[in-house]
Design a protein around this ligand. Structure first.
Ligand SMILES: NC(=O)c1ccc[n+]([C@@H]2O[C@H](COP(=O)([O-])OP(=O)(O)OC[C@H]3O[C@@H](n4cnc5c(N)ncnc54)[C@H](OP(=O)(O)O)[C@@H]3O)[C@@H](O)[C@H]2O)c1
Length: 309
């Protein structure tokens, strides 16, 4: 991971060792109730096949599947305990959803208090049938967040050996800086794709490169909205341009979209949301595609509708 040890000694104490995550991360948001609804044996099979392909990191959040997907995945680890040491688990906390599974929530809100973060992380450990997670992220910036509370929770979880690495998601640079001054932020998971390329300009990627924070892109294919049937002009243009490059590189169009992200010097790690092994394999193979600088800008032009100024 580029620049991962660049953390300045003048700032907060560093975590020991960088997270060793796979170059493509399998997002599990749609593996359970919010999508494929895998059975335990299907989870076991998917996890095994991902490991075989070199995709060893799995992205979760407490809320996925209305708070059910971690536990469904955890059943697979319970059934095949040998899988745990071969994989890395990311999970997130801080969003409180209104669902029959959380009858005490009256309104969707965020909670980044020390107590909530610790309670949520401990519940994730139980659901996932593990005694540690590799990475814990604060899912969304909370307008009421107190960085001291987050740092305190992270410190306690780290000292207890329950979480190895810490980061944030959807944080802007000033929010990252505020927390980073107290506790090293190692990851910022944000939406980045040709559909949503704001991170190229809003300072998130610049800050990641500067501080050695790993940028991860969620919805790297725009949540599946960039495909042949895209019914809007931006989608059609992105698709048309990526098909031209796909032909040149002997690839699939979605591999071109991932290659566009992977080519960014900040070292963006895509969190792919597919429920299909063939598409996970394609994602890994996309790493071999090196497009020219002009082709990279042609895709950007297709996405924005105009050339750079
Ligand atoms: N931190 C956050 O706030 C946040 C927010 C959202 C998501 N996430 C994470 O990011 C992960 C990925 O998000 P995502 O699911 O939106 O990502 P995505 O990879 O952009 O989209 C995946 C969707 O696209 C479909 N797809 C993939 N390739 C396709 C193709 N060639 N043609 C047509 N459809 C295609 C997939 O269907 P198939 O299953 O059929 O392949 C799936 O429904 C999630 O699982 C989650 O872990 C994080």
């Amino acid at each position: 991971m580029p620049g991962f040890f660049l953390f300045s000694a003048a700032m907060a104490p560093t975590n020991t060792g960088s997270p060793r995550l796979s170059p493509i991360i399998a997002g599990c948001m749609k593996w359970g109730e919010w999508g494929a609804g895998f059975s335990t044996s299907q989870y076991v099979d998917m996890i095994r096949r991902c490991i075989d392909l070199g995709v060893t990191t799995f992205d979760h959040a407490d809320i996925y599947g209305h708070y059910t997907t971690e536990a469904a995945f955890g059943e697979a680890l319970k059934e095949e305990p040998s899988l745990r040491s071969q994989i890395q688990l990311i999970t997130k906390c801080g969003i409180c959803m209104v669902t029959p599974n959380r009858p005490d929530h009256k309104i969707k809100h965020y909670n980044t208090s020390t107590e909530h973060i610790i309670r949520s992380a401990e519940r994730s450990l139980k659901n996932l049938h593990t005694d540690y997670v590799d990475v814990l992220l604060i899912h969304r910036p909370d307008p009421l967040m107190d960085p001291h509370e987050i740092a305190e929770a992270f410190t306690q979880l780290k000292n207890a050996g329950k979480v190895r690495h810490f980061g944030v998601s959807n944080f802007n640079p000033s929010q990252v800086s505020m927390l980073h001054a107290l506790f090293p932020v190692e990851i910022n998971q944000v939406e980045i794709s040709l559909r949503h390329s704001e991170a190229l300009y809003n300072g998130v990627l610049d800050q990641s490169a500067q501080l050695g924070i790993m940028p991860q892109s969620w919805s790297p294919l725009g949540g599946g909205q960039i495909h042949a049937e895209a019914d809007d002009e931006q989608g059609r243009k992105i698709h048309a341009m990526s098909e031209i490059l796909a032909e040149k590189y002997g690839a699939r169009f979605d591999q071109i979209l991932l290659a566009w992200l992977l080519q960014h010097p900040a070292g963006i790690i895509p969190v792919v949301g597919t429920t299909r092994v063939d598409r996970i394999r394609d994602a890994m193979l996309a790493r071999a595609i090196k497009m020219t600088r002009e082709e990279w800008f042609m895709l950007l032009r297709a996405a924005t509708g105009h050339e750079v100024p």
